[in-house]
Design a protein around this ligand. Sequence first.
Ligand code: SAM
Length: 184
Amino acid sequence: MPTAFRRTAVEQIGLAPGERVLEIGCGTGRNLPFLREAVGPSGRVYGVDFSAGMLARARSVVARGGWDNVHLTQSDAADYRSPEPLDAVMFGLSYNTMPHHRAVLARALELLEPGGRIVIMDAKLPPGIGGKLVLPFSIWLMKKTVLGNPYIRPWEHLEPLVDEFRMDEFLFGSYYVCRGIKRA
Ligand SMILES: C[S@@+](CC[C@H](N)C(=O)[O-])C[C@H]1O[C@@H](n2cnc3c(N)ncnc32)[C@H](O)[C@@H]1O
């Protein structure tokens, strides 16, 4: 991963102290420290993941931090309902691991307040010949690890649904963060 990629992705959300943010597919909680730092003690961080094993590790991160404003839920993200409207939602390396990603994206937008921010951070195939060369390796790696789908182009799913769409690429286009604002 690019240096400080997680911190960079969280910075792209533009969180302010006191805001409420959800990470979809929070896994073992690697992004939670950055999200918690951004919203501070008066904000709230929600995380959803359907893996009990991943969540157990994320809960240790939360306990170690002593954070009482980070709430984790075991659920399919497509069925998740947040206890309150959200200012921001982030997919952290998770969008392309979800076969029903469009349904999860629709749910994420439902959970957001109008004007709320949505961010997808993930790996992707680099453009041009580089992408063709690494495709077999990407497929092999994804099958062995996160079961992601290297063929989908999540930024093309997000762009038509939001205002102020923006995408930044990193490490020769092999990682990206894309973001937009929920329409009023
Ligand atoms: C590659 S991990 C990323 C974890 C973490 N966000 C990170 O950045 O390290 C993808 C996570 O998405 C979760 N996930 C996949 N499909 C899901 C679904 N339908 N609902 C909730 N979580 C899901 C997996 O359990 C896994 O923890």
